[in-house]
Design a binder for this molecule. Structure first.
Ligand code: SAH
Ligand code: SF4
Ligand code: F3S
Length: 461
């Protein structure tokens, strides 16, 4: 065990990884470590890695190289690679970076303590075997005091032909509803206001839990879970991600419309607007089915925000197939879309196909799609102008300390003048006066409206 105990974690990748980092930080603090902002001053460094695309993976190696050098001068440094690159590369990582002390896959995040004990007693450890994920026994050290992530299902049983996630995150493992509720009750007690329920394919929640209803469906579905947790005291907003169009049901949509705490924002990746490409991706739905889901959502909640992910330049994608993606984006009108050029990943079927497209074609399509996304999002944003939105205040605006930032129920980032000390964690009405593609600005209503609203200082409570 190092004499001085300062740790640093750098996190790459998705919300699942961020949630894992918070749990690992909690374990380290239980062990007596304290957070160190500057990696070069830390005694223990964890890179919690992502391998969804090649550039995400390469980033890790450049960071690691620097710390491996530092370790040659300071052998007391403990170097850990966690997350999805660790799972993918396993032992090979030790060959590539022999300075590493611990390589641990995402399923082992909750075991960090015992793995480190092995390291401190002199071993170099690789933990990548599939395990039954232990119920969270540690208290995470959460980055926010207002919003929190709660894992509901780990892993993914889908086999999308481009995707590494099932290889690195393993099979689906749902947490029992009582454990999820308990974690949320504790969060409510601590003053948290918003919870995002997390899973790579959250609509699969409960498939692996025992129990079938008399009608023959699984007893514990995401819809049932929403009913189980929606009355947790203190928690005012509930979100969930990521949804898979194949499993998105009208029953779920109805529950979202019915339950006041569930926010009207849906993240449902479609990946491609072309049926042939969707088939080659192994997604299991058509673009018509996707459009139908959005229609049903909007029939229950006309103002719902819709976001998604899309991939361009999948092997064999023709220009006209790509144009079907543009057409879908143009017609649906997404509030936000994460776009990516296809990146061949080790161990996935599509990486081996001969129909790979050139980097030029992929980046040209990506640019064209991004341009359309920005235009459509800016159009969608206009509907907020002049409206009063409920904003949950999260933090100070990093670029302007006189402003605070928060989100609308629809997840639009919103900035307005105010004092973070008095506003943090509060749900407040904000009049929207400015709308950009992906964010809004406005001013606080309430007490402030009695003041001279033309001066920014006057809207401070
Ligand atoms: N479970 C989610 C997405 C998980 S990965 C779903 O089913 O949609 C997050 C996003 O990364 C995906 O939605 C996809 O758009 C992108 N992605 C995954 N693999 C990729 C690859 N090989 N190349 C480019 N983008 C990829
Ligand atoms: Fe990957 Fe498909 Fe699973 Fe999403 S559903 S994590 S894209 S395999
Ligand atoms: Fe990346 Fe792993 Fe998430 S590959 S996107 S960190 S599940």
């Amino acid at each position: 065990m190092p004499a001085s105990r300062r740790y640093h974690i750098t996190t790459f990748g998705c919300q699942m990884n961020k949630a894992d980092s918070e749990r690992m930080a909690g374990i380290l603090e239980d062990m007596g470590f304290t957070w160190e902002e500057e990696p070069n001053a830390a005694d223990l460094i964890i890179y919690n890695t992502c391998t969804i695309r090649d550039n995400a993976e390469q980033k890790v190696y450049s960071y690691l190289g620097r710390q491996a050098k530092r370790k040659q001068e300071d052998p007391h440094l403990t170097l850990v690679v966690a997350g999805c690159v660790a799972q993918q590369e396993g032992e090979q990582l030790l060959r590539r970076v022999p300075e590493l002390d611990l390589v641990m896959g995402p399923q082992h995040a909750n075991r960090l303590g015992e793995l480190l004990e092995q390291v401190f007693s002199g071993s170099q450890v690789v933990a990548t075997e599939p395990v039954h994920i232990m119920e969270d026994i540690t208290k995470p050290r959460r980055d926010s005091t207002v919003t929190a992530w709660v894992n509901v299902i780990y892993g993914c049983n889908e086999r999308c032909t481009y995707c590494v996630v099932p290889n690195v995150r393993g099979v689906e493992q749902s947490r029992p509803p009582e454990a999820i509720r308990e974690e949320m009750v504790e969060l409510g007690r601590q003053g948290y206001k918003e919870v995002t329920l997390l899973g790579q394919n959250i609509d699969a929640y409960g498939r692996d839990l025992p129990g079938v209803t008399p009608e023959g469906r699984h007893q514990h579905t995401l819809t049932d879970l929403l009913y189980t947790v929606h009355d947790v005291p203190g928690i005012e907003r509930i979100r969930f991600a990521t949804s898979h169009p194949r499993y998105f049901t009208e029953r779920l949509i109805r529950a979202c419309a019915e339950l006041p705490k569930v926010c009207e924002h849906f993240h449902i990746p479609f990946q491609s607007g072309d049926n042939e490409v969707l088939k080659a991706m192994g997604r299991g739905y058509t673009q018509e089915k996707y459009r139908r889901i959005i229609e049903i959502i909007r029939s229950y909640m006309p103002d719902a925000a819709i976001s998604a992910d899309a991939i361009v330049g999948f092997p064999g994608e023709t220009e006209s197939q790509f144009e079907n993606t543009l057409k879908l984006v143009d017609e649906i009108g997404f509030d936000q879309l994460n776009t990516a050029a296809y990146s061949p990943r080790p161990g996935t079927p599509a990486a081996l196909w001969e129909s790979q497209l050139s980097e030029e074609v992929k980046s040209d399509r990506l640019q064209r799609l991004n341009h359309l996304v920005a235009t459509k999002a800016a159009e969608r944003s206009q509907r907020y102008l002049g409206r009063v939105e409920e904003v949950l205040v999260e933090a100070q605006n990093e670029k302007n300390p006189d402003q605070v930032m928060g989100r609308t129920r629809s997840n639009r980032l919103t900035f307005f003048p105010g004092d973070i000390q008095t506003l943090q964690g509060k749900l407040v009405p904000v009049l929207i006066t400015e709308a950009r593609a992906f964010s809004l600005s406005g001013h606080l209503l309430g007490e402030s409206t009695r003041l001279d609203a033309s001066s920014a200082a006057a809207v401070l409570p």
